[in-house]
Design a protein around this ligand. Structure first.
Ligand code: NAD
Ligand code: MG
Length: 329
């Protein structure tokens, strides 16, 4: 696939003015969408389940709060910003019955639509706006007069206006100030799942734990292993985040840089690359999604067991003691 250009893509908030938008969920993304869209001229209502602890917070922020069904019924744009694992049930019970011709469904991650857990009716528009930041940063940057970059995509365009509205919504979040990038539900979902499994979460934690275990098994002090394999990562990641990989290499010592070139590819070699291809294939085929949906719906016994095992790993035990000495944390 070719590289898309990132810019404001000709977006403005005009299509958002006075539009009734129901933001379902007031968590990380929900609160940022609700507040930024309101401040950009939309008529926002927050939809929450009865007894949600977020209701008071949303009211304190000056927003109208209703049940999910009432909010979805009264709005012609419905943003589904609740955890991916509960979206299908909430959608079927309290959103779908109220979707009218020309309404727009908005998602911040393509998972449920891409894997057909949610199949919206033909007479609706279905779009994705995925800010590339946690919700609090989306709000903070907006308030500061800036924005964070976002991906946008159209899954279904019944009105002929879905793309223009997606861009207006992204502009309303402040994202066009940083730049928005057009993609598809498939590409957003598949790259997101692959990235978190192979690199950001899975690859990273397995790499750190393996490095830690290698040093500890060779007889080194677990505290030294912790500092070398986990603590110092932040410095490296911060440098790469700001200056890229080569910029990070310029900042570390020549010895570290030379060791990086000759040893890195031995750690992540053919076996790891083959595993990455396998993981990507399972994401693309829907096999991973099926496995996770079944696990989540079946009571999460495996998930809970892996959580407990993870918490008992020696790196957690030594890390807890060491972090108690880091006043800045
Ligand atoms: P979150 O966990 O922060 O928010 C959850 C919200 O949903 C809360 O208001 C909670 O009360 C509500 N909720 C939970 N269960 C509910 C239920 N059964 N019925 C009704 N409401 C319920 O969620 P989030 O991290 O903001 O994720 C929302 C969407 O945004 C997801 O699709 C996620 O993939 C996507 N996303 C998140 C981020 C992020 O940084 N967190 C970034 C990009 C995209
Ligand atoms: Mg992600």
């Amino acid at each position: 696939m070719s590289e898309a250009t990132m810019g404001s893509n000709g977006a403005s908030t005009e299509l958002l003015q006075g539009r009734s938008v129901a933001v379902i969920g007031y968590g990380s993304q929900g609160h940022a969408h609700a507040l930024n869209l309101r401040d950009s001229g939309a008529d926002v209502v927050v939809g929450l389940y009865d007894g949600s602890s977020s209701a008071e917070k949303a009211r304190a922020d000056g927003l109208r709060v209703a049940s999910v069904a009432e909010a979805a019924d009264g709005a012609n744009v419905v943003s589904v910003l609740i955890p991916d694992t509960v979206q299908r049930d909430v959608y079927e019970a309290d959103i779908e019955p109220f979707l009218e011709t020309g309404d727009t469904l908005v998602f911040a991650h393509g998972f449920n639509v891409h894997y057909n857990e949610i199949v919206p009716p033909d007479h609706t528009d279905v779009i994705l706006i995925a800010p590339k930041s946690p919700g609090n940063r989306v709000r903070e940057e907006f308030v500061a007069g800036r924005g964070v970059p976002a991906l946008y995509a159209v899954h279904q365009d019944s009105t002929g206006n879905a793309t223009e509205f997606a861009k207006a919504y992204a502009a309303g979040l402040g994202c066009t100030r940083a730049g928005i990038l057009e993609t598809t539900f498939a590409a957003e979902t598949e790259t997101d799942l692959f990235g978190e499994q192979a690199v950001l979460c899975g690859g990273f934690t397995a790499l750190v734990q393996a490095g830690f275990e290698t040093l500890v098994e060779a007889g080194y002090d677990p505290a030294l292993a912790y500092f070398e394999c986990l603590h110092e990562l932040k410095l490296i990641v911060d440098l790469a985040y700001k200056h890229g990989i080569q910029g990070m290499r310029r900042e570390v010592s020549d010895t570290a840089e030379y060791g990086d070139y000759v040893s890195g590819p031995r750690v992540v070699g053919e076996a790891s690359r083959a595993a990455m291809k396998e993981i990507l294939a399972e994401v693309q085929s829907g096999a991973f999604a099926r496995q996770w949906i079944d696990e989540a719906r079946g009571g999460q016994a495996c998930f809970d067991r892996m959580r407990v095992d993870g918490a008992e790993h020696p790196i957690e035990v030594v890390g807890k003691k060491l972090r108690a000495h880091m006043a800045w944390l």
